[in-house]
Write a protein that binds this ligand. Structure first.
Ligand code: MN
Length: 247
């Protein structure tokens, strides 16, 4: 298969290299990734300034844009030859579980592939470092084989999170639902050298609700989590209920 790789940790990320090495024996792999870290870029697309592309090595492109820009360019004209048949984003240095999915540039890269009609997978390592990518890379290659055989439903991508364990201690694979996580008061307020206040988001651990069958449950219990996500954000129950509303 012809596979497009991208990420949000930047073109020099060791996670991207690990993914490339795991897939390039069996597949034709091309990399298009941001020139620097763009974690938490969400699904943003650059519309108001030009994008510069550098081929840093053969079939390995760096773009001064977001993960979404990279996939959008790659699937709409940057690459010569046939369109990639699969997009894989990652391996992200950190989890993309529960509500974090909406901030993630890694997952957004897979959203973008899906929007273009190309089956897409996002892979993340549930770790804050040091990062041992081998188990996630091995699993990615297996999952790519399975997706190649079975395909994916329309408008659906796979969000994969691999626990930070040696391969032989990972307990298995669970197909999960997206859970709910939330950050409490993880804003740091300080004063800069010129006496002005500044704020820095993040730093704390996310809280999450144990529900049993979610991505968060699986990752915390030592399983690889595979969540099928779709792009339709409609709340079907609310859609039904709101037919009663009078406007
Ligand atoms: Mn990242």
């Amino acid at each position: 298969m012809k596979i497009l790789l991208s990420n949000d940790d930047g073109v020099h990320s060791a996670g991207l290299k690990a993914l490339h090495d795991a897939l390039s024996d069996e597949h034709e792999v091309v990399v298009v990734a941001p020139d620097r870290e763009r974690s938490a870029a969400g699904h943003s697309l650059t519309l108001h300034h030009p994008l510069r592309v550098v081929e840093v090595s053969q079939r390995w492109f760096s773009v001064d844009g977001t993960p979404t820009d990279c996939v959008h360019l790659a699937l709409n004209g940057l690459l010569s030859g046939p369109k990639p048949e699969l997009v894989v984003a990652g391996i992200n240095m950190g989890a993309n579980l529960g509500s974090d999915i909406t901030y993630s540039g890694t997952v957004a890269a897979a959203f973008e592939g899906t929007l273009s009609g190309v089956p897409s997978i996002a892979v993340s390592l549930v770790s804050r470092g040091p990062f041992e990518f081998a188990p996630a890379a091995t699993f990615s290659a297996r999952l790519v084989g399975e997706v190649a055989r079975r395909g994916l439903p329309e408008d659906t991508l796979l969000n994969v999170n691999v626990p930070d364990l040696p391969g032989d201690r990972i307990r298995g694979v669970r197909v999960t639902r997206q859970g709910k996580s939330f950050y409490g008061e993880a804003i740091v307020e300080k004063v800069d050298p010129r006496g002005r206040k500044y704020f820095w988001i993040g730093g704390g651990d996310a809280e999450w609700a144990r529900e049993g069958d979610t991505d968060l449950d699986a990752a915390h219990e030592g399983f690889i989590s595979v969540t099928p996500l779709h792009l339709d954000l409609t709340n079907e129950a609310a859609h039904q209920a709101m037919s009663e509303w009078s406007f």
